[in-house]
Design a protein around this ligand. Sequence first.
Ligand code: DNO
Length: 401
Amino acid sequence: MREAWRWFGPEDPVSLEDLRQTGATDVVSALYKIPAGIPWPVEEIQSFKKLIEETSGGKSPLKWSVVESIPVHEHIKLGKAGSDRYITAFIESMKNLAACDISIICYNFMPVIDATRTDLEYRLPSGARALRFDQRLYSVFDLFILQRDGARTDYSPQEIEQAQAAFQRMSRQEKNSLAGNITEGMMGKMTDAYDTDEFRQALAQYKDIDKTAYRKNLYRFLERVLPEAERLNVKLAIHPDDPPRDLFGLPRIICTASDLEALFTELPSPSNGVTLCVGTFGSRPDNDLPEMAKQFGPRIHFAHLRGVKRDLDEPRSFYEAEHLESDIDMIAVIRNLLLEEHSRKSRLDDAPLEITVRPDHGHQMMDDLNKKINPGYSAIGRLRGLAEIRGVIRTLEKTGV
Ligand code: DNO
């Protein structure tokens, strides 16, 4: 298994020097400044790669091995006439990355919003802070701040009443920060940041696109991209919709094991794969993560090894737990990923022999509580996550899985 770390570039408060000290060997990154729909030039990929990989003065080597992510232009998602040129741009970025020996590409097909949380500083009993999605706060935003057309049909009368009461109790500042958390998104997102009006307009564009139509837009995109990826031996790894269920009436199509089955049945290319984001899929009780690691093994080109704990009285709400202390059996997931690696050695396909994994969304803790950090991407919490995962990997490797 290759241990990786997400890095946002020279402005990331966690430097490459810090990153090396975590023991990670691989870097997950992207040319975040290039807007969706513009091809990534070879020269820019090369100079960013050089920045990451240079080892002057005997520094431990690092390899930029995974791109997370090339953004998919909203016109492709909307299936707009004229979106072909944006697909061409995506393919060109992919070719240029392959020319620089970067062959694992994570992407997502979430409409309008990337990973969505209501609280970026949820206090844990330990004093550390975590990311959280709270269903009640989400409904306050949807019903009473955004006042989305048709939203009421998504809730029971009791839920509406509770949301209204919560809305009335909230201060203006709490309402603004809730709206900002949802519409501005998190660091590393692949969609735009919006204010509330822009957000309403962005949602409105999807009002006539149901899941079936939206799947067709994904398939249409992949039908062009996959043959090129195969030729280049690039592996595409779709990231699930986070959280993996319907939000804001948008078509969300990568949420469950059966969504993945449908995708791989439709397009069986070996380049068509998944980012096994354990925390995302695992925030639904009906996704069995150890089983998914087994079932989709050959298609897992990349994995995010974090977990969540769902609220007992409201399973749609969750917070991001310690990597090994969540509702998901992380040890069983890692065991199945290691078994997949074993079977790759005896298979004749061209899947990479090692799966690249990274810790994700660490807690803000200790010294990081007093620093400016990117929520979910502070150093110490992720270091803790990586160290715990590494302990599991080494133990399972040593004891024969
Ligand atoms: C948030 C991340 C997302 C993810 C992209 C993948 O922290 O999980 O930004 O990287 O959605 O395309």
